[in-house]
Design a protein around this ligand. Sequence first.
Ligand code: PLP
Length: 401
Amino acid sequence: MARYLDSVPFSGIIRIRDLMYSIENPYRLDQGDVSFNAPDSVKSAMTRAISENRTHYLQTNGLPRLRELIAAKLRAKNGVTEAEAEHVLVTNGGIHGLYMLFQALLEPGDEVVIPDPAWPPAAGNILAARGIPVGCPLHEASAWRYDLDELESTITPRTRVLYLNSPNNPTGGLLTGADLERIAAIARERDLWVVSDEAYEDITFEGEHSSIASLPGMYQRTIPVYTFSKSYAMTGLRLGYVSIKDQTIRDRAKKVLFYTASNIASVVQYGGIGALEGPQDCISELQAELRARRDLFYCGLAEGGRGALSGAPPAGAFYAFLRIDPGWTARTAGLAEAGPQRPNPSASWRMTEYLIENGRIGSVPGIDFGVNGEGYVRFCFARERHELIGALESMKALFAS
Ligand code: PLP
């Protein structure tokens, strides 16, 4: 029995999901899922694959055509000019890519520097590989970017990997070109691997996303991680990929891929081919609609969140990571007693529970993303406009009273 797994936490998002099931007509702004549907190019490729009986075992690393298309995309769109089809491993979503990489890269006790706040499965997957996640704060005052001197001082002789996530979940912060140059210099100087989680590569509102793997000499020490979940609204289909130049690490990752999945579902991989071969306007449509939803949400928040929640619109991703007004925290101090029903009496849990119980609004407490996330809550604005409007009206009623 692997007792160490008992100390690998489940994300608090699971507890919120359970709380949300007990609410009638909830506003599900807790879930990081888009309300869009997968494009026809994906659906027709999958339907065709089923009717052609493409339902058998496949190559472990993925369908050759899919890997070729992915490598071409990495070269043309991400600027990773050395990417080749043989570097690509197709995964069961981005989360599986991260699991495989940390298993392949880490020795027990190795440290991985992660943003704080960060998407909880990043730390969970590091712990599952017996590594140690070490948080480095992202600062709201600098649009949720690192203080790079602080990042450098977080590195110790045990640090093996820098995990980057830009645009970032939950803050929406985007690392600039200058940030990436400096981080690349640090990685080279300290001889570190970089795992670059680019799940939200297509969702930017201010500034442009670029991959650190495209910088000179970086691809050999950087493993970029991508997913079809967000860009092509394929969250439930579970399709992602990583690209690993280093043969030793790639061979190790391939073993993890084989022993955890054998290969990724054949029909889904054909869907991925459809996505990459098909028209890409679905991505620009998604971007335009998400920008409109972001603006709608922040416009309504100015009134609906008054005296309780505030923050600047994010540069990327589709989350509003909002500061809890200290006045609200002080006014609601009586709700803070811990108990079996309320194991987490932090301000961010208190706000989350308050919003669910009194406003039917789902959110995720900032503390779930790291200690530096305490005092904030995350809302997903990739939901339908009517759901956002309903949540904002409910918030207004709640905080005005
Ligand atoms: N990375 C980040 C930062 C995410 O927020 C997510 C999903 O929410 C993923 C990776 C992976 O998503 P999936 O496993 O659906 O591909």
